[in-house]
Write a protein that binds this ligand. Structure first.
Ligand SMILES: C[S@@+](CC[C@H](N)C(=O)[O-])C[C@H]1O[C@@H](n2cnc3c(N)ncnc32)[C@H](O)[C@@H]1O
Ligand code: SF4
Length: 333
C-alpha cells in the first residue's frame, strides 16, 4: 500500500483497543462488569488484522494499550502480543491483577509481553476493595506483583495506575513514594475520573451515584495542592511518574471546572489518538470513524469523516473525558 504523506498531527501515535467488555470485579467507577460475551465482541484474529493495518500508518514508537473489561479474561490474548511486537509497536496490557497467577505470568512472559499497567487506587486495602467492589482485590494486586516479579526476574515493566477520587486523593503522594521503593513496579500513572456511565447526564459527577467518587467542591483546594506535590515529585523523579506536568495542570482544571467543560490546552495532538471499542467501533479520540470489522483504518484515517473529526477535535467540540487521560496528547510532539 502506498502511504500518503502525513500532515502535522495526523499520524496515529497512541492507541487503545478494548478487546472485551466483561469483568469479574464490580468497580464503582466502571460499568464494564455489566457486559456479557456476545457475538459482537471482536475476536483476537480481528484485533490482529487491525494491528497489521494500523502498523502501516502508525508512528514508529506507537504504544498500543490493550485493555478491557478485564483484559486477561480474553482467550488467546497471548497470540496478539507477539503479533503487535512483530509490527514494531509496543503492546501494553492493562489489568486489575486478579488472574495473574505464576502460570499466567509465565505464559505472558513467553508471549513476549513486557509492559503492564495495573490498577491500584489505594494502599489501604479497605479503600481499594471498596472502589473495586471486590473483597480481596488489594491482595490480588499484591500477589500479582509478586508472581510477575518471580517469573520475569525483575525484567517486567509494571506501571501502577490510580484514579484520582474522593477517598484516595490525599494519599497520591504516598502512592508515588511506594512505587519509588517497591522493586516489583517501575512507574505510576494517575487518571482523572471520567463518567462511570451510570448516568448519561453531562453533570454525572453531581449525581448521587458519584457521591463516593467525585471529590466535593470543598476538597478542591487540597486536591489541587496534592497535584502540585505530584508535580514537585515528578520534577525530582521524572521516570517514576508517567503523567506530564501539562497533564497534571489539565487535571486541576478538570476537577475545578467539572468534566463537562473543555480545558484550555491545545487539542491538536489528540488527533493521533486511535480508539477501538470491544464491538469494533473505531474512533479518532472521541470521534467515530467506522468499524474495524468491515472498514480499513488505512482508508478511514484519510476519509472525509476523519477530516471532520479533526476539525471537531481542533475546535474542542469533542469530549474532554476521552482526551483527559490520553497522556501522550500532553507530551512534547
Ligand atoms: C477499564 S480498565 C481495564 C483494565 C483492568 N480491568 C483494570 O481495571 O485495570 C482501564 C483503566 O481504566 C480505569 N478506569 C475505570 N473506570 C474509570 C473511570 N470512570 N474514570 C477513569 N478511569 C477509569 C481503571 O482503573 C483502569 O486503570
Ligand atoms: S475498572 Fe477494570 S476491574 Fe474495574 S470493572 Fe472496569 S474493567 Fe473491571
Amino acid at each position: 500500500m502506498k502511504i500518503k504523506k502525513f500532515r502535522r498531527f495526523e499520524q496515529p501515535f497512541f492507541g487503545v483497543i478494548q478487546i472485551l467488555h466483561r469483568c469479574m470485579y464490580k468497580c464503582k467507577m466502571c460499568n464494564m462488569w455489566l457486559g456479557k460475551e456476545t457475538p459482537e465482541e471482536i475476536t483476537i484474529e480481528q484485533a490482529m488484522d487491525f494491528s497489521t493495518k494500523l502498523g502501516e500508518i502508525a508512528r514508529k514508537d506507537f504504544e498500543f494499550n490493550i485493555l478491557g473489561g478485564e483484559t486477561l479474561m480474553k482467550k488467546d490474548l497471548e497470540k496478539l502480543i507477539p503479533h503487535v511486537n512483530s509490527l514494531g509497536m509496543r503492546p501494553i496490557v492493562s489489568t486489575n491483577g486478579y488472574l495473574i497467577s505464576k502460570e499466567k505470568s509465565q505464559s505472558l512472559y513467553d508471549s513476549g509481553l513486557v509492559h503492564f499497567t495495573m490498577s491500584l487506587d489505594s494502599l489501604r486495602p479497605k479503600i481499594h476493595d471498596f472502589y473495586r467492589g471486590f473483597k480481596g482485590s488489594f491482595d490480588h494486586v499484591r500477589k500479582a506483583l509478586t508472581n510477575l516479579h518471580s517469573v520475569y526476574q525483575g525484567k517486567q515493566f509494571v506501571c501502577i495506575v490510580a484514579i484520582i477520587m474522593k477517598h484516595n486523593y490525599k494519599e497520591l503522594l504516598e502512592l508515588a513514594n511506594w512505587v519509588k521503593n517497591d522493586p516489583r513496579v517501575c512507574s505510576i500513572s494517575f487518571l482523572a475520573l471520567t463518567n462511570p456511565c451510570w448516568t448519561f447526564d453531562k453533570n454525572w459527577h453531581e449525581h448521587k451515584s458519584s457521591k463516593e467518587l467525585w471529590p466535593n467542591k470543598s476538597d478542591y483546594p487540597k486536591l489541587s495542592k496534592m497535584i502540585d506535590e505530584l508535580i514537585k515529585f515528578k520534577q525530582k523523579n521524572d521516570h517514576l511518574i508517567v503523567n506530564s506536568i501539562e497533564q497534571f495542570e489539565a487535571f486541576k482544571e478538570y476537577y475545578k471546572n467539572g468534566p463537562q467543560n473543555p480545558i484550555t490546552y491545545n487539542y491538536n495532538k489528540f488527533k493521533g489518538y486511535v480508539m477501538v471499542k470491544s464491538d469494533g467501533v473505531l474512533s479518532m479520540a472521541a470521534e467515530k470513524l467506522g468499524n474495524i470489522k468491515k472498514d480499513d483504518i488505512r482508508d478511514l484515517w484519510f476519509s472525509k469523516t476523519a477530516e471532520e473529526a479533526r476539525k471537531k477535535i481542533e475546535s474542542k467540540n469533542t469530549s474532554v473525558e476521552i482526551i483527559i487521560n490520553c497522556k501522550h496528547g500532553f507530551e512534547a510532539y
